[in-house]
Design a protein around this ligand. Structure first.
Ligand code: ATP
Length: 318
């Protein structure tokens, strides 16, 4: 199978290595960012196939996005180069040691011009039909009307092929209001088998004041609902059970990307054929890896590194 197939926007990412206002940063680091490609990389590192579908510009940042993904052995055969718009850009400012500010330059980007025809291309259509799971986020449908239509098309293709659909709410305030989020995501839920949401996102999506009420509303629609709780771990709701997994205690350096890392671990567990408790455990472990290093995705573990977080401080491996 094509493993986990994802659809979305990946961008160039600039980061300031030292804390303080960005205007005083003497230099910036350059990498790539994108929730869906983070998940693809995480799944791939855990040994399962992963593919990313999306658009980049015909520019150096676009070439970098595709090169990084290929270097991680993510299948980019469904990706397109769009000469009509630039690759989007994300800038991560470490404003204080504890506060990260993220700013986007993505309006009108190549990635936001994703459209249903991109999925009609043979490579992309074949990837979705062959996928073990189609993974989507709430970011993509808020990029543009075309991108929203592309998400709906992808869900339809998956449904026709009997491919389960996974969705991470991933609400980005800069991209839309909670109403817009609900308008895009609620109609997809009947086709979604696995839903990931942060605690606040859960309330937003269900338009509920309390978690119990939100879970009641959403778990009626979605058979597998995972609530991500940051340093408090994660909870899985299925029709049969409620399982809680505490977080793995780590020295947290950078919370950005923990959610994507968690999803990558959870989906890899699903592809391993592991039972729910084991998927949750792997998700919490990969989430903990992500918070323990400054970058969004470069610290994601391979299989043989999964035990590293239980090593004592100062451990040297030779
Ligand atoms: P983001 O959007 O910032 O990437 P998120 O809100 O989607 O994150 P979180 O709940 O913050 O997701 O993190 C996902 C998972 O990562 C958590 O369920 C937990 O298992 C792990 N995690 C997050 N923060 C920590 C932490 N400080 N220590 C250990 N594990 C953590």
């Amino acid at each position: 199978s094509a493993g986990v197939v994802t659809l979305g926007e990946s961008m160039a990412a600039l980061g300031s290595p030292a804390a303080g206002p960005l205007r005083h940063a003497p230099h910036l680091t350059l990498s790539i960012a994108g929730a869906e490609s983070n998940v693809a990389i995480g799944v791939r590192r855990l040994g399962h196939p992963a593919a990313w579908i999306g658009r980049v510009g015909a520019d150096e940042f676009g070439a970098m996005v595709l090169e990084r993904l290929r270097a991680e052995q993510v299948d980019t055969s469904g990706a397109r180069i769009d000469p009509g718009a630039p690759t989007g850009l994300l800038i991560k400012e470490q404003r204080t040691p504890d506060v990260t500010r993220v700013q986007y330059y993505r309006a009108g980007s190549a990635g936001s011009r994703l459209c249903p025809d991109d999925l009609a291309a043979p490579a992309a259509g074949r990837l979705i039909a062959d996928a073990a799971v189609l993974h989507l986020t709430g970011i993509t449908p808020l990029l543009s009307a075309d991108a929203a239509a592309a998400v709906r098309r992808a869900v339809r293709l998956a449904a026709e092929a009997g491919v389960p659909v996974s969705l991470d709410v991933n609400h980005r305030t800069a991209l839309g209001t909670p109403e817009q989020l609900r308008e895009q995501l609620l109609p997809l839920l009947p086709q979604v088998g696995l839903l990931f949401a942060g605690e606040e996102e859960l309330l937003l999506l269900a338009d509920a004041a309390e978690e119990a009420e939100a879970v009641r509303r959403l778990s009626g629609a979605v058979p597998e609902l995972v609530v991500k709780r940051g340093a408090r771990g994660a909870t899985l709701h299925t029709p049969d059970e409620v399982l809680h997994q505490p977080a793995v205690p780590v020295r947290a350096v950078d919370p950005v990307g923990a959610g994507d890392a968690f999803v990558a671990g959870y989906l890899a567990g699903l592809l391993d054929g592991s039972p729910p408790a084991e998927r949750l455990r792997l998700g919490c472990l990969t989430g903990a890896f992500a918070v323990s290093v400054p970058s969004d995705w470069s610290g994601l573990p391979s299989r043989d590194e999964l035990g590293l977080l239980s090593a004592a401080p100062g451990t040297t491996l030779r």
